[in-house]
Design a protein around this ligand. Structure first.
Ligand SMILES: *[C@@H]1O[C@H](CO)[C@@H](O)[C@H](O)[C@H]1NC(C)=O
Ligand SMILES: *[C@@H]1O[C@H](CO)[C@@H](O)[C@H](O)[C@H]1NC(C)=O
Ligand SMILES: *[C@@H]1O[C@H](CO)[C@@H](O)[C@H](O)[C@H]1NC(C)=O
Length: 382
């Protein structure tokens, strides 16, 4: 703690209190007293003693009056890492707050309606970021994809409401709150007798560090994995989704390549039947919902689809053949005209993917509607 002590000396000198230092024990009592009067640590993010959660570095008093929990020292011992965790029926006015199920870290079961309100802590907060550390709730209707037993809703923002259910641990969502006056409401309507757990970190994002406009998910890094919501074993993609997944273009990177995570990781509707397969060509084509179209690519008629700007579709075959690519993707293969593994490259910026899943229409085979898992990798400029 040599550096801590010298920082303390500098600090007290600045306050004109350090004319002479009697003894270490006097230093400790002086520190304790001074802390109650000077709000020193400047609300920086800190790591709690569990090494897992984040908190805000505050003085002990501020942490206590804001109902936080002190979790270890920060700012060289001048503050405490103050962790905020709340459950149903709360109003959140802090940065970095964990929303947890009643009884967390145990599972909760039974039916309930849980509401939490979140207020902007400062006028320049333009987004809330929700990190789903644990998100295990009831599955959607297997046939329609509608969240009709458990539903997690975020309403009252300046963008489209969020409407989720199922398994979404590890996912995140940005929610626009730019021009709102009232609090945002999170409602969990849980209508089944099943076990669930959730732990959701909510951060308040200022204008200058926000995700680009329209990006509900925003990934950093030259490579990573993206998944649609409720991408899970025995999962099914959710109905009624319309959001953008954005990937930050990293330095010296000019394009991006996408590949399915495995052979089964692109299932957005049944196979697309085009009558090119029939050998006639030029007649009507059919999309995933079976709607005939006069012209264009079969995927244009899919009510559940992924929109992805691209330059080439590259089938990973021994020979390898690059073809023109389709902006819209649906059906049971990632590339529009091949069964095998393939990859799609794009140099169109920004690197964005739009997920558009229509309202639950008819009943569909869940195996055809698992959703999408893609690996992405940015490609260096040549
Ligand atoms: C909230 O915390 C995040 C993460 O530390 C930080 O980037 C952001 O600026 C904070 N927001 C406000 C309004 O202080
Ligand atoms: C909660 O779900 C039940 C059953 O689906 C429904 O009757 C009720 O209206 C829902 N409540 C809210 C507030 O959405
Ligand atoms: C394929 O051709 C047959 C016979 O002409 C026709 O009945 C069928 O509808 C066609 N299938 C598609 C998907 O166009």
């Amino acid at each position: 703690m040599a550096s801590g002590l010298s920082a303390a000396l500098v600090f007290f000198s600045a306050l004109g209190l350090a004319a002479s230092w009697p003894s270490p024990s006097a230093l400790i009592s002086r520190t304790a007293r001074v802390l109650n009067f000077f709000p020193i640590p400047v609300s920086e993010e800190c790591i709690a003693t569990d090494g897992r959660r984040s908190g805000t570095c505050l003085n002990t008093y501020d942490c206590r009056i804001q109902n936080g929990e002190s979790s270890g020292p920060c700012a060289l011992g001048f503050g405490v890492c103050c962790v905020f965790a709340v459950s149903c029926g709360s109003m959140v006015e802090n940065n970095i707050t964990y929303l947890v199920n009643p009884g967390f870290p145990s599972l909760m079961n039974g039916k309930m309606e849980c509401k939490i309100k979140i207020k902007k802590m400062a006028p320049d907060v333009t987004q809330f970021r929700l990190d789903f550390i644990h998100f295990n709730m009831g599955q959607p209707n297997r046939k329609t994809g509608a969240c009709d037993s458990d539903v997690f809703k975020v309403t009252g923002g300046s963008s489209r409401d969020i409407n989720l259910c199922g398994q979404n641990s590890g996912q995140h969502m940005y929610f626009d709150v730019e021009n709102i006056k009232d609090a945002v409401t999170i409602t969990m309507n849980l209508t089944q007798d099943i076990y669930r757990i959730w732990e959701i970190k909510v951060s308040q994002i200022e204008f200058n560090s926000r995700a680009p406009a329209g990006c509900n998910q925003y990934y950093h890094g030259t490579k990573g994995v993206i998944q649609t919501m409720n991408y899970a074993i025995n999962g099914r993609h959710l109905a009624d989704q319309d959001y953008s997944i954005c990937i930050r273009q990293e330095e010296k990177m000019c394009s991006i390549a996408y590949e399915p995570c495995d052979d089964n990781s692109f299932k957005i509707g049944p196979p697309i039947i085009s009558n090119d397969d029939n050998g006639s060509g030029g007649g009507p084509v059919f999309g995933a919902q079976g709607t005939p179209l006069g012209q264009g690519s079969p995927s244009q008629s899919c009510s559940d689809r992924v929109v992805m700007p691209c330059d080439t579709e590259d089938f990973i075959t021994p020979v390898g053949s690059a073809g023109l690519c389709d902006l819209l993707h649906c059906g049971n293969t990632f590339c529009s005209s091949s069964d095998g593994p393939c990859r799609i490259e794009s140099s169109i910026k920004p690197f964005n993917i739009r997920v558009q899943f229509g309202p639950s229409a008819g009943e569909e085979n869940p195996e055809d509607n698992i959703g999408m898992c893609l690996r992405y990798e940015q490609q260096a400029c040549t």
